[in-house]
Design a protein around this ligand. Sequence first.
Ligand code: ZN
Ligand code: ZN
Length: 187
Amino acid sequence: MEELLAQIERALRIGLTVVVAYLVALWLASIWWTFRDIRGRTTDIFLQIAATLLVAVFSFPGLLIYVILRPPKTLAQLYEESLEEEAFLQGIQVHNSCPVCKQRVEGDFIFCPWCQTRLKRTCVRCDRPLMLRWKMCPFCAQAVYTPGSGEAQPQVAGGQTSAIPQLRGADPEDTGPGTRPQIAARR
Ligand SMILES: [Zn+2]
Ligand SMILES: [Zn+2]
C-alpha cells in the first residue's frame, strides 16, 4: 500500500515537472515572440522594452494585453502602403503609366489614349503639359486655375482657364510676377 502511494507521488511529481517545464518554455517563447513582433512594428526602443517586459512580467495575460494594444500594422506593411500611395499619386511621373488603366503613356500626354482619362493640363500661357495637382506652371510661373468639372469637356475647360488670368490682372505680362508677392505676403 505504501509502495503504491510512493509510486503515485513519484508519478505526480514527474507530471508536475513536465507541466512546469512546458509552461516555462511557453513563457520564454512568448517573450521572444513579443520581442521580435514589436521590433517589426516600431523603431521606438522604449516601446520595444516595455512590450517585452509586459509579457515577461505578466506572462500570458500580458501577452493578451500586448496583442490588443500593439501597433496594428508592421513597419513593412506601412512602408508598402506608403509606396503604393506614392506610386498612385506619382503614377504618371514615375512609371509613365495611366493611373486609371495602367497602360503605358508618354510623359507629355495630356489625355490617356486608352481610357480617355485626363492626365495633364496645358499651361494657358506657354502651352506646356502641367501635372493636374500643380498650382503654378514651373516653366513660365503662370498661376494655374483648377476647374471644378473640366474632365468631360476639355475645350470648355481650356476656355475657362484662359479667362481667369484676365480677371486677375489687366496686363497678362504682369500676372506671373504679380502673383509672387501675393504668395509671399500670405506667409
Ligand atoms: Zn488610361
Ligand atoms: Zn507656362
